[in-house]
Write a protein that binds this ligand. Sequence first.
Ligand SMILES: Nc1ncnc2c1ncn2[C@@H]1O[C@H](COP(=O)(O)OP(=O)(O)O)[C@@H](O)[C@H]1O
Ligand SMILES: [Mg+2]
Length: 320
Amino acid sequence: MRAAGIPTAEFGVFRDPGEAKCFVRARGGAWAVKADGLAAGKGVVLCPDPAHAEAAIAEVMERRAFGPAGEVCVVEEFLEGEEASLLAFVDGERAFLLPAAQDHKAVGEGDTGPNTGGMGAYSPAPVLTPALEETAMETVILPAVRAMAERGRRYQGILYAGLMVQGEDLKALEFNCRFGDPECQPLLMRMEEDLLPYLMGCATGNLGARPPRFDGNAAVCVVMAAGGYPGAYRKGDRIHGLDEAAAIEGVKVFHAGTALDKDGHPVTAGGRVLGVAARGEIIKQAIGRAYAACGRIHWEGAYYRLDIGAKALRRTGGRM
Ligand SMILES: Nc1ncnc2c1ncn2[C@@H]1O[C@H](COP(=O)(O)OP(=O)(O)O)[C@@H](O)[C@H]1O
Ligand SMILES: [Mg+2]
């Protein structure tokens, strides 16, 4: 990002824990300490002050809490603001944006507790105004696509930019080379045409002339998880009410961590069990439908956040 001029947090990259600790001590303030390798989505520790950051660095680099992922550590200035996800189809040169979405990473209401793979998402994300979306395209998505092409690594596929928005200011937190789960569910529920030609366009390096059409409505996905997730959780509990939930207008229930037991009955088989998604004319209606559907689904210890989409409602006064 630095090489491509993409706005991002101040950061340092360290192989030596002592140097990383000096870096945060000398600068003060709050930090995000990131294990550089793969850590099952749990490798980022948010630290309110240098003392916590030093402890996190020790945890990641010295005690190797995330194994070899902690050999290299990225220490980033903590950014205030509200997050949004902006995805694009990319064919190596050009990019077609999908509408903005917002994920809910933390397990608990009000964004509290440990981070998860994602507890719910909605689209549109009013925090990303049309002007900011344009800024994100010009300062984040396209520079990344160009920088990769210039290095002889043309990127073809879905490019996912994780953004931090504060007022008119926007910074990139990360890129993923895939759709996000659960952002994918509300986004594709809003897509008004076939996905396949766009994926083919990415794969063959020719996206064609026209960006995909998305409806002007809203969609929400509430993740129903097994009790205890993201910590230890049970598997094999029978899931009831799937048909009753799917019967609600605009609702579609996506299976994630599920399996069939020996009698052919759906049971839980993972931490995030279902993505209960719903369309609506406005976010408020989509939220109402998604939660009505969640209310019809039961298993022993099922858990879901009750505030998915609450930020969008606050921002729009329920009018969008
Ligand atoms: N610099 C930062 N400032 C504030 N919060 C951050 C920062 N970096 C990451 N986060 C928070 O931590 C979460 C996970 O970080 P991210 O870089 O997206 O890693 P992952 O690969 O685990 O998704 C983000 O969604 C965001 O909530
Ligand atoms: Mg992330």
